[in-house]
Design a protein around this ligand. Structure first.
Ligand code: SF4
Length: 480
């Protein structure tokens, strides 16, 4: 690993916003939190993958992967991160290096690729992603990006997170470091208001940001930038002028929030858009922080009025579903989204959570689950659940439905039990009051789909066989 990358990883691990890290001694902290992965054996996503997931939702940027084509193939458009305009972020660009590049170096090829992308696509900026092979042959993407930016007069941002640096969540943070080093603070906004905020760690999956934005608009709160869902390069470059930051995804970009507080004094809080109660808490927190930072005090009153109206409307809309869902048992295996936040939303929908995975949850996340689920919550927190155990749980009807990522869906289908996608690849947006209604509707549709009765009933040929055996048996009895 290059000295600059080693130093960057050490910096990422020295995270003041992470309690686990702060509790460690200097020696342990130096070692970091994760084991280095073997190139090609990065199950669950490599650092490059993590950096690309974190940054690809910036929609007016060309995301150029410097490496063999398989790296881009692995990571291309694997989330439903939506755009309200530009579509260039969805095009896969790669230098597609070959054996000769490995021998001679691929920096020239990279430079030519940057030129081609700028000339043919005219993006707001080009983000260049380092991968294992180009990292190992020593291509200096920082130097190439600097030279290309000077030559073409366009921001060209190096994202130095090759796969072997570590797992996916380290890659999220290294991607965020690229923004901190080269993007945020480089452009002054044309206009600022006392109610400007940044939303950090929100990826606008299936358009979730758009379920929340109308609520902020109604309060007169302006989203100066979203990092990175439906993001624009210039907005993110001017994010340092916001009055407050909200961090959405559990710690995936906490370094952006803590570093912006250090550099520009922007306070941040961690909130959630999932569930009625958590959405209201988030609106209250945004109003409180902005008033502290100079917005008119009436913002708090307006927020309370909006919350009262929206909560009443949402409860009204989910009332009929709550009656049907009351007491139904859910097994929740989340990957990316905050499990505590989803647990609380499910409880609001009248469901009983019989198990929730906490493998990727932070210490605070687990504490929140304990608070939400109350006594006995420990028994329902699952660190690791093998597909065999998942299957047994569903087959024995200890849960009526499983909510998980796409990879586990076949376990539920094999057990002939309903399943709903709750992870990043989901096709429905579940944020805000509107999203809560959608989530409850989707759970109801999955649970009461008539297909379950049909797949659980014996097949027609099984029925025929049973009938034939019975008739033969009766005939034998009659003869006797
Ligand atoms: S960066 Fe490395 S680990 Fe990641 S996809 Fe490419 S080769 Fe695989």
């Amino acid at each position: 690993m290059s000295p600059s990358l080693t130093a960057k990883i050490a910096q990422v691990f020295d995270e003041p916003g992470c309690d686990i890290n702060q509790a460690k001694g200097a020696k342990e902290r130096k070692k970091g939190c994760t084991k280095q992965l073997t190139p090609g054996a990065a199950a669950g996503g490599c650092a490059f993958d993590g950096a690309k997931i974190a940054l690809q939702p910036i929609v007016d940027v060309a995301h150029l992967v410097h490496g063999p084509i398989a790296c881009e193939g692995n990571s291309w458009d694997n989330r439903h991160s939506a755009s309200s305009g530009a579509q260039i972020y969805r095009t896969g660009f790669t230098t597609d290096i070959n054996e000769l590049d490995v021998i001679h170096g691929a920096e020239k090829r990279l430079f030519r690729a940057i030129r081609e992308v700028i000339e043919r696509q005219d993006p707001a900026a080009v983000f260049v992603y380092q991968t294992c092979v180009t990292g190992m042959i020593g291509d200096d993407i920082e130097a190439v990006c600097k030279r290309a930016a000077e030559r073409f007069g366009r921001p060209v941002i190096p994202v130095n997170a090759p796969g072997f640096a570590g797992p996916k969540n380290l890659g999220n943070k290294l991607g965020a470091e690229a923004l901190l080093d080269h993007v945020i603070g480089t452009v002054e906004p044309e206009l600022t208001t006392p109610t400007d905020i940044n939303i950090i760690g929100e990826y606008n999956l299936s358009g979730e940001l758009w379920q929340v934005k109308p609520l902020l608009d109604a309060l007169g709160v302006r989203v100066l930038s979203c990092i990175s869902g439906d993001g624009r390069y210039r907005d993110i470059a001017s994010a340092h002028r916001a009055r407050a930051n909200m961090m959405v995804c559990s710690k995936s970009m906490i370094n952006v929030a803590t570093r912006m507080r250090e550099r520009w004094g922007i306070p941040y809080f961690e909130g959630s858009f999932y569930g009625i109660g958590d959405m209201s808490t988030t609106l209250r927190e945004i109003a409180r922080l902005l008033v502290e930072r100079g917005a008119g005090a009436d913002l708090i009153e307006r927020a309370e009025a909006l919350i009262a109206a929206e909560e009443a409307r949402a409860w009204q809309r989910i009332r009929a579903y709550r009656e049907r869902l009351a007491g139904k048992k859910v097994l929740l295996i989340t990957g990316g989204v905050k499990s505590w936040s989803v647990v609380s939303a499910l409880q609001e929908a009248g469901l009983e959570v019989v198990g929730t995975s906490v493998k990727k949850s932070t210490k605070e996340d687990k504490q929140k689950i304990l608070e939400i689920m109350g006594e006995g919550a420990d028994a329902h927190m699952i660190d690791e659940l093998s597909p065999r155990e998942m299957y047994a749980m569903l087959r024995d009807a200890r849960a009526d439905i499983m909510l998980s990522g796409g990879r586990s869906q076949f376990v539920a289908l094999k057990a002939r039990m309903p399943w709903m996608d709750i992870n990043q690849e989901r096709h429905h947006a579940f944020a805000g009051y509107e999203g809560m209604v959608t989530m409850v509707e989707q759970i109801d549709k999955a649970l009461f789909n008539p297909v379950w009765q049909q797949v659980r009933a014996p097949a027609p040929w099984e029925v025929r066989e049973v009938r034939e055996v019975r008739e033969a048996h009766d005939a034998l009895l009659a003869q006797a």
